[in-house]
Design a protein around this ligand. Structure first.
Ligand SMILES: [Zn+2]
Length: 161
């Protein structure tokens, strides 16, 4: 077989696919977000999805968005980007690229900048008008972290698990 295989996934499709698959692990009933951090030479270093910290069981903590801060997910959930950063125990993330299914909030932007991540590839930017995302872009711009939207090719990936 000398003929090359057609329709091979591009790096962007591959890593965004991993981010989307990671999002499917989230137990948040409203918003599932996934992340994948890769090295300059396209090796996967870490993955994450939004969830509660280790030891904070889903049955004991709230996934609701309303009511008191203490009784809402906002007090407890770790975002996918921060989880991906914290899940990496291999050393430095300097110069890496982050794939994320939703544009990072301001809190994650802080962690992304401080971790040394240099580029963000995102899928959805559905909260672009929120203060959290505006503040995020303000910091990312100042820190010269590049971000670009993933252009979906429309390729369908089907798997049985
Ligand atoms: Zn965040």
């Amino acid at each position: 077989m000398s003929e090359r295989r057609k329709n091979v996934l591009s790096w962007d499709e591959y890593f965004m696919g991993i981010a989307k698959l990671s999002a499917m692990r989230s137990k948040d009933p409203c918003t599932q977000v996934g992340s994948c951090i890769v090295s300059i030479d396209n090796k996967i270093l870490s993955m994450g999805y939004n969830g509660f910290p280790i030891g904070c069981a889903d049955k004991d903590f709230p996934w609701g968005k309303n009511g008191d801060f203490f009784d809402s997910k906002y007090a407890y959930a770790v975002h996918s980007e921060l989880n991906a950063i914290l899940n990496y125990r291999g050393g430095s993330l300097e110069g890496t690229r982050l794939y994320v299914t939703l544009f990072p909030c301001n809190e994650c932007a802080k962690a992304i900048i401080q971790a040394g991540i240099k580029e963000i590839v995102y899928d959805s930017d559905q909260y672009a008008d929120s203060d959290a995302v505006k503040a995020s872009k303000r910091m990312l711009d100042a820190a010269k972290i590049g971000y670009r939207r993933h252009i979906a090719s429309g390729k369908q990936i089907q798997m049985e698990v």
